[in-house]
Ligand binder design. Structure first.
Ligand code: AMP
Ligand code: ZN
Length: 476
């Protein structure tokens, strides 16, 4: 049985069809992979000139749910998240300064490629730490733009040969008028990309929508057949996605801000160069907003994962909160909203900690879960189903645990672990005593274990033994 056939059922009679909303067609479609049982995905990665904010991270939680859904359905995956460490201009509209150059100035560092790489690797490490904290599975590769300059140059060469590229004083441009379906992703009205929305200040450009393939820079950059400088931001994604996944590949994702310009430009370049589509499914997450406006670094007042932790909110509580909304619906951030999600998440963990091991998955609930998650990743309804299961008196506790652990293969909420330290305001000394007691318990030193339990209780906490260890709770 292969996973890609529409309406196919697995051994338990559950549907294996995955439906996804494809921005390219403007419709929900049944997913058909290029290679049976396998999916190749490319997610536009962060520009590492600063720490990611939790709006950026929404994109990668969404990408992780997508990946986990495929894995849940038995697919193998190739997943690429690029690291933009050069070439992204301060305005997405393709003008302004290179963001990395701006970061070097902000940090008082010399304008050299070495300093740029060093700065980028600091923020790249922070980004990867954030992914781990959010229980995002590690992608197959994180290619860096600065390691792929040769691939960019080769792609620009091909575009030049095919008559799509032209050189002007400030760099090499893509001629959008030559690409008949320019703007097809999301049906972009080209007039809306002109003045204001998409400022093209260079009078030498043939069309206002033309964009940089290579931008000259005398101070910083790489040598190229056209002159010293650096690649355009869009060309990096076209070159790296093709290199790691082939062309066409299955799925390309990003936030909705990338639809009008970045993703339409990627499509134009890649298709003009090689005559085949770049990706078959284009899937976009809605914004995380704050006071109803897009959370953005340029707007100021953005929140990072660290900010959440300093406010006693755990990264996984943020993940839980994201799952309560659909990836295509905007979500408005507030500390109160995450706090409420953290309370619900704690109750879920506590329920889990009270269930014994040794059960089996409940086929009825698993079938319903799969149908929800395969329907364009309906995480809000899938989470509601988890709560329905917890309240269902007809399902045995051990089976509840097994079924919730099965759901957690997609949720990624670490439901098999004890409440994580950042979730609980449990003092370090209480936690240390509990660890010591756990060791005593494992060594079957019951006397010592009981003594330590007594000490913990005197400090106002109690232990609830469960599979995999004991949960610590404040006494009420
Ligand atoms: P950047 O580092 O700006 O290239 O963005 C990295 C990813 O975050 C891209 O997929 C963006 O579309 C996405 N993104 C940026 N801001 C937000 C936001 N407020 N909410 C959701 N996704 C966002
Ligand atoms: Zn991209």
């Amino acid at each position: 049985m292969v996973a890609h056939q529409a309406q196919e059922l697995d051994m338990k009679g559950h549907t294996t069809e995955i439906k996804l909303f494809n921005t390219l067609s403007g419709k929900k479609e049944a997913f058909k992979p290029l290679r049976a049982g396998h999916v190749g995905m490319y997610h536009c990665g962060p520009t590492v000139y600063d720490d990611a904010h939790i709006g950026n991270l929404r994109s990668y939680v969404f990408a992780d749910i997508l990946r986990r859904t495929f894995e849940y359905n038995g697919y193998s995956i190739d997943q690429i998240v690029n690291i933009t460490d050069v070439g992204h201009l301060t305005s997405d509209a393709d003008e302004g300064e290179d963001k990395m150059t701006k970061a070097l100035k902000r940090l008082g560092k010399p304008l050299t490629l070495d300093a740029m790489r060093e700065t980028a690797s600091v923020y790249e490490d922070h980004f990867k730490e954030d992914l781990v904290l959010l229980d995002i599975e590690t992608p197959s590769a994180f290619p860096r733009a600065s390691d792929h300059i040769k691939d960019d140059i080769e792609l620009i060469h091909t575009l030049e040969k095919n008559g799509y590229a032209y050189k002007i004083s400030r760099g090499v441009c893509f001629d959008t008028s030559k690409f008949g379906t320019y703007g097809k992703l999301g049906n972009i009205k080209l007039d809306s990309l002109k003045d204001g929305a998409r400022v093209s200040t260079d009078p030498e450009k043939r069309n206002q929508t033309d964009f940089w393939l290579w931008k000259f820079d005398d101070n910083l950059g790489w040598d190229s057949p056209w002159g010293r400088g650096f690649p355009g931001w869009h060309i990096e994604c076209s070159a790296m996605s093709r290199k790691y996944l082939g062309q066409p590949f299955d799925i390309h994702t990003g936030g909705i801000d990338h639809i009008p310009v970045h993703h339409n430009n990627e499509i134009a370049q890649s298709e003009a160069a090689y005559g085949v589509p770049l990706a078959r499914y284009w899937i976009h997450n809605a914004f995380l907003t704050m006071n109803r406006s897009k959370m953005a670094k340029s707007a100021g007042g953005f929140v990072t994962l660290k900010t959440l932790v300093t406010n006693d909110l755990s990264p996984l509580a943020y993940r839980y909160w994201l799952l309560t909304g659909h990836y295509r619906s905007p979500m408005d951030f507030s500390y109160e909203a995450i706090k409420a999600a953290q309370n619900a998440y704690k109750r879920l963990q506590e329920a889990m900690a009270g269930y014994p091991e040794g059960g089996k998955v409940d086929a009825g609930f698993v079938g319903r879960f799969k149908a929800l998650i395969n329907d364009d990743l309906d995480t809000p309804k899938a989470l509601a189903l988890a709560w329905e299961l917890i309240k269902d008196a007809g399902v045995d506790d051990a089976d509840k645990r097994a079924t919730l652990l099965d759901f957690d293969r997609v949720f990624g909420l670490k439901l098999g672990s004890l409440p994580c330290p950042t979730d609980e305001v449990i003092p370090d000394n209480v936690r240390a005593l509990a660890d010591e007691r756990e060791q005593a318990r494992q060594a079957k030193d019951w006397k010592k274990a009981d003594k330590l339990r007594g000490e913990i209780e005197r400090l106002g906490y109690e232990l609830r033994d469960a599979a995999g260890g004991a949960a610590i709770k404040k006494k009420v």
